[in-house]
Design a binder for this molecule. Structure first.
Ligand code: NI
Length: 138
C-alpha cells in the first residue's frame, strides 16, 4: 500500500514572553530579542499537522480531515487562541513558550487522539513570516 502524508492547517493568535528569570534584562533581550518584552506581545501562529498513512481502499482517504480538524481544534487551537501562553494554558504551565516547546506539547496532545490507521508525522509551527519549527516526535 502506498504511504502518504496529509496535512491540515490551523491558525491562532496568542501572546507570550520569553524570559529566563535567572538572567539579567540585558541577557534576556540579547537571547530573545523583542520576545523578551516585559508586557507580552502577540503572534499570528500558523500550525500544520501532518499525518501518515495509506488511503482506505473504499474512501481513497488517508484520514477524514474533518476529524483531524476537530482533534486540532479541541486539543490545541481552542485552548491557545487569544490566550497568554505564559499564564492561561494549564498544559503549558511552567514551560517556556517558545515555538519549539509549544510544538512538542502539541504533539503530546494530538498524537493519542488520532485514529488507529494513521500516525502523527510532523508538527510545523510558524511564529512569524520568517520563523518556524518542525517536530517529528523524536
Ligand atoms: Ni514572541
Amino acid at each position: 500500500m502506498p504511504i502518504l502524508y496529509i496535512s491540515r492547517k490551523a491558525h491562532f493568535n496568542a501572546a507570550h514572553q520569553l524570559w529566563i528569570p535567572e538572567l539579567s534584562e540585558e541577557e534576556n533581550f540579547e537571547m530573545f530579542g523583542k520576545c523578551a518584552n516585559p508586557n507580552f506581545h502577540g503572534h499570528n501562529f500558523d500550525l500544520y499537522v501532518a499525518v501518515k498513512g495509506s488511503p482506505d481502499p473504499k474512501t481513497g482517504l488517508v484520514m477524514d480531515l474533518k476529524i483531524l480538524k476537530k482533534i486540532i481544534n479541541e486539543q490545541v487551537v481552542d485552548q491557545l487562541d487569544h490566550q497568554n501562553l505564559n499564564k492561561d494554558v494549564p498544559w503549558l504551565s511552567g514551560i517556556m513558550p517558545s515555538i519549539e516547546n509549544i510544538a512538542v506539547a502539541m504533539w503530546q496532545r494530538i498524537a493519542p487522539h488520532l485514529p488507529e490507521n494513521v500516525t502523527l508525522h510532523k508538527i510545523t509551527l510558524w511564529e512569524t513570516q520568517n520563523n518556524f519549527v518542525e517536530y517529528y516526535g523524536e
